[in-house]
Design a protein around this ligand. Structure first.
Ligand code: HEC
Ligand code: HEC
Ligand code: HEC
Ligand code: HEC
Ligand code: HEC
Ligand code: HEC
Ligand code: HEC
Length: 298
C-alpha cells in the first residue's frame, strides 16, 4: 500500500514538472519553428531576389522594375517572420507560372492582401479619399504600400518608418508636392522636419486612414471641425485662429500675392533696419577713433 502511494506521488510530481517544462518552452519552441519555417521558405525566394540588380520589364512598361529585396530590412520589418507568399499569393515556385506580368494588376493584387489581413483598417480606408479610384487613371488614389512602403514596413515608433511622425510629411509629399512646399515654410514644419515630436505633421491635422478633403463634412479639416483639430494641441483656439488658410501659397501674382509681397516687404525692412544701425555704429566708432588720437583726449 505504502509503495503504491509513493509511486503515484512520484507520478504526480513528474507530470507537474513535465507540464511546467511544456508551458515554459512549448510556445517558444512553436514560435521558433514558425520563424525557421518562414526563413526556410523565404531563403528560396531570397536566393534570387536578394541579388542586387535583379530586374525585369513588366508588360506595357518600358522601364525595368527592380526585383531586388533588401533582406536585412525585410527580416527586421513587421512582416519579416512571414513567408513572402502570404503577400505574393500567386507565386509558389520558380518559374513563376502564375505571376502577373502587368504592373497595375500586380500592385493591385498585392495591396488586396494587406486589406485581407488588416480588416479593422479596410472599411475606414475604403471611405477615405485615398480608398477611391481616381476618375482619370482608374487606379486607387493611394495604396497601402504608397504610404507604408513595401518590404520595409515598421511600426510608426521606428525612426525609419515611412509613417514616423518626422517622415510623414515626405511620405505624403511624394504625391502632394505643392502642399509639401507650402507646409515646408510653416512653423510646424520647422519643428517636425528637424525631429520635433510636438508640432503638427500632416497626420496630426488630417488623420491617416480616414483622410477626406476639406469640403467633406466628416473631414478633420472641414471648416466646422478645424477648430477642434487645432485644439488637440492649442488650448482655447479662438474661432478666428483656425480660420485662415493653413496651406498658403507664396507667388508674386494670383492667390499668393499678398503673402509674397508682405514677406518681401518685411525682409527688406529688416535688412534696412539692421543696415542703418550698423552704419550708425561705424560713424560713432570713427568719431571715437579720431577723438582718441587728439592730444587733449583723456
Ligand atoms: C531562380 C530564381 C528565383 C526564385 C527562386 C524566385 N524568383 Fe521571383 N522572380 C525571378 C525572376 C527572374 C523574376 C522576373 C520575371 C519572372 O520570371 O516572372 C521574378 C519575379 C518575381 C516577382 C515579380 C512580380 C511578378 O508577378 O512577376 C515576384 C513578386 C516574385 N518574383 C516573388 C518571388 C517569391 C515570393 C519567391 C519564393 C516563393 C520567388 N520569387 C522565388 C526569380 C526568382
Ligand atoms: C507585407 C506584404 C509583402 C511581403 C510579406 C512581401 N512582399 Fe514583395 N511586394 C509587396 C508589395 C506591396 C509589392 C509591390 C509594391 C509596388 O511596387 O508598388 C511587392 C513587390 C515585390 C517584388 C517586385 C518589385 C517591384 O516593386 O516591382 C518582388 C520581386 C517581391 N515583392 C519579392 C518579395 C520577396 C522575395 C518577399 C519575401 C522575402 C516578399 N516580396 C515579401 C508586398 C510584400
Ligand atoms: C498574412 C497577413 C498579413 C498581410 C498580407 C499583411 N499584414 Fe501587415 N501585419 C500582419 C501582422 C500579423 C502584423 C503584426 C501585428 C502586430 O504585431 O501588431 C502586421 C503589422 C503591420 C503593420 C504595423 C502595425 C503596428 O502595430 O504598427 C503595418 C503598418 C502593416 N502590417 C501594414 C501592412 C501592409 C501595408 C500590407 C500590404 C503591403 C500588409 N500589412 C500585409 C499581417 C499581415
Ligand atoms: C495616406 C497614407 C496611408 C494609407 C493609404 C494607408 N495608411 Fe496605414 N497608416 C498611415 C499612417 C500615417 C499611420 C500611423 C498613424 C498614426 O500616426 O497614428 C498608419 C498606421 C497603420 C497601421 C498601424 C495601426 C494603426 O491603426 O495605427 C496599420 C496596421 C496600417 N496603417 C495598415 C494599413 C493598411 C492595411 C492600409 C491599406 C488598406 C493602409 N494602412 C493605408 C498612413 C496610411
Ligand atoms: C496644422 C494643420 C495642418 C497640417 C500640419 C497640414 N494640413 Fe493640410 N490642411 C489643413 C487645413 C485646415 C486644410 C483646409 C484648407 C486650408 O485651410 O488650406 C488643409 C488642406 C489640405 C489639402 C487640400 C487642399 C485643397 O486645396 O483642397 C491637402 C491635399 C492637404 N491639406 C495635404 C496636407 C499634407 C500633404 C500635409 C503635410 C505635408 C498637410 N496637409 C499638413 C491643415 C493642415
Ligand atoms: C500615392 C499618392 C498619394 C499619397 C502617398 C498621399 N496622397 Fe493624398 N491624395 C492623393 C490623390 C490622387 C488624391 C485625390 C486627388 C485630389 O483630389 O487631389 C488625394 C487626396 C488627398 C486629400 C483631399 C484633397 C481634396 O482637396 O479633396 C487630402 C487632404 C490628402 N490627400 C492628404 C494626404 C496626406 C495627409 C497624406 C499622407 C498621410 C497623403 N495624402 C498621401 C494621392 C496621395
Ligand atoms: C500636434 C499638435 C498641433 C496641432 C494639431 C496644431 N498645432 Fe499649431 N503648433 C503646435 C506646436 C508644438 C507649435 C509650436 C511650434 C514651433 O514653432 O516649434 C505650434 C505653432 C503654431 C502657430 C505659431 C504661433 C504659436 O502659437 O507658436 C500657429 C499660428 C499654429 N500653430 C496654428 C495652428 C492651427 C491653425 C492648427 C489647426 C489647423 C494647428 N496649429 C494645429 C502644435 C500643433
Amino acid at each position: 500500500m505504502g509503495n503504491k502511494k509513493g509511486r503515484s506521488a512520484i507520478c504526480i510530481a513528474l507530470s507537474a514538472v513535465l507540464a511546467i517544462i511544456l508551458l515554459a518552452f512549448g510556445p517558444a519552441a512553436f514560435a521558433e519553428d514558425l520563424l525557421e519555417k518562414s526563413e526556410r521558405i523565404n531563403d528560396g525566394c531570397l536566393r534570387c531576389h536578394a541579388a542586387q540588380g535583379l530586374n525585369t520589364k513588366f508588360e506595357g512598361e518600358t522601364k525595368p522594375t527592380s526585383l531586388y529585396v533588401d533582406q536585412e530590412k525585410y527580416l527586421a520589418s513587421m512582416h519579416g517572420t512571414m513567408p513572402c507568399t502570404y503577400c505574393h499569393t500567386n507565386i509558389s515556385d520558380y518559374p513563376h507560372t502564375n505571376a502577373l506580368t502587368e504592373r497595375k494588376a500586380f500592385v493591385a493584387q498585392v495591396n488586396s492582401e494587406c486589406r485581407r489581413c488588416h480588416q479593422d483598417i479596410t472599411p475606414i480606408y475604403n471611405n477615405s479619399v485615398h480608398g477611391q479610384k481616381n476618375a482619370k487613371t482608374g487606379v486607387q488614389n493611394a495604396y497601402c504600400s504608397d504610404c507604408h512602403g513595401i518590404h520595409n514596413i515598421y511600426k510608426k515608433e521606428v525612426a525609419e518608418a515611412t509613417i514616423n511622425h518626422n517622415n510623414v510629411p515626405h511620405t505624403c509629399g511624394n504625391c502632394h508636392e505643392e502642399i509639401f512646399e507650402q507646409y515646408d515654410i510653416d512653423f510646424h514644419a520647422k519643428s517636425v522636419l528637424l525631429g520635433g515630436k510636438d508640432a503638427a505633421s500632416c497626420v496630426s491635422c488630417h488623420g491617416s486612414h480616414e483622410i477626406l478633403g476639406p469640403n467633406e463634412a466628416a473631414s478633420m479639416v472641414s471648416p466646422e471641425n478645424t477648430p477642434k483639430t487645432c485644439a488637440k494641441c492649442h488650448l482655447f483656439p479662438l474661432e478666428n485662429f483656425a480660420k485662415g488658410d493653413m496651406h498658403y501659397k507664396l507667388a508674386p501674382t494670383g492667390d499668393g500675392a499678398v503673402s509674397y509681397w508682405t514677406l518681401i516687404l518685411f525682409t527688406w525692412l529688416l535688412i534696412g533696419c539692421i543696415g542703418f544701425v550698423l552704419v550708425c555704429i561705424l560713424i560713432e566708432l570713427r568719431r571715437k577713433w579720431i577723438n582718441a588720437g587728439r592730444p587733449d583726449s583723456h
